[in-house]
Design a protein around this ligand. Sequence first.
Ligand SMILES: NC(=O)c1ccc[n+]([C@@H]2O[C@H](COP(=O)([O-])OP(=O)(O)OC[C@H]3O[C@@H](n4cnc5c(N)ncnc54)[C@H](OP(=O)(O)O)[C@@H]3O)[C@@H](O)[C@H]2O)c1
Length: 258
Amino acid sequence: MRTNDWAVITGASSGIGKGFVYELAKKGYNVVLVARSRDKLEILAADIEKQFGRETRVIPLDLAHGDFIGELAEGTARLPVTMVINNAGFGTSGPFLENEDLRETEMIQLNCIAVTKIARLFLKRMVEIGRGDMVIVASTAAVQPCPWFATYAATKAFDLYLAEALWYEMREKGINVLALNPPATATNFLAEAGIPTYQKGLATVEQVVRTAFHALGKKPSVIVGGKNRLMAFSERFTPKKLLLFVTARIMKKMIGSS
Ligand SMILES: NC(=O)c1ccc[n+]([C@@H]2O[C@H](COP(=O)([O-])OP(=O)(O)OC[C@H]3O[C@@H](n4cnc5c(N)ncnc54)[C@H](OP(=O)(O)O)[C@@H]3O)[C@@H](O)[C@H]2O)c1
C-alpha cells in the first residue's frame, strides 16, 4: 500500500467488518465505513481518527434496497480506493418454506447483488490504476449445500465462486481477489440468523481477519481454521447424497441448540 490509500469496508458497523476496519487503519489505510447504522459508524470513525490518526468517511447505506451504488460511487469518487472488504451480509435459518419471503429476497440482494455491484464498481477503478485488493466474505456454508440454511448457503456459494473466478481474471492486472470463508464466528450474525445461543467452538473476529491477510495475494480462497479446512477437503470425496444427510444433521443440531 501507499500513503493516502483508502479502504472501503461494507458491514463496517459490527463483527468481521469492524475487525477489518481496525486492522486496516493499523496498517495505515484511510477508511470508508459503509453500513446502515450511521450512529455506530460515526462512533467508529471517531475512534479510528483518535487511535490511528487516519482519515475516515462515513457512508450510511442500505445495500439491500434501492439504488445505493450511485451514492457509493459518488461518495468515493475522489478517493484512491485500493482495498475493498466486500463483507456486509446476513443469514436466515430454518425450513426453507417457513422463512419470510421478504427476508429471503433481501438476503439475495445483499449477499449477491450488492456484492457484485460493489465488486464491479471498485475493480474497474483498480484496473485503471493497476493495483488493489478485494476480499469477498463467503462462508464455510458455501462449500456444500446446507439444508435448513438453504438460501444463505446458496448466496455464499455465489460469493465463493464469484471471488475465485475474479481472482483468476484480475491477477494479471495487478489486483488480488480473495474469497474468505469464516466458520461460525462470535459476532451478531448468529443472533440475526435465528441461532442466538449457538456458541460451540466459535472463531474470533481477530482469527478471521488475520487469516484473510495471510492468504490475500497468495490464493483464490481461504477457509478459516485447520479443522474446517480438513472437513471441506474430505467433503470433496463424499457422495452428494451422504453429504446432504450429514450436513442436515449438523445444521439441525445447530438450530436446535437455540
Ligand atoms: N459470524 C459468522 O458466523 C459468519 C460465518 C461465515 C460468514 N459470515 C459472513 O460475514 C459477513 C459479516 O457478518 P458478521 O459475522 O460480521 O455479522 P454482523 O456482526 O451481523 O455484521 C453484519 C454487518 O452487515 C451490515 N448490514 C446488514 N444488513 C445490511 C444492509 N441491508 N445494508 C448495509 N449493511 C448491512 C451490518 O450493519 P448495519 O446493521 O448497521 O447495516 C453489519 O455491519 C457476512 O457476509 C456473513 O455472511 C459470518
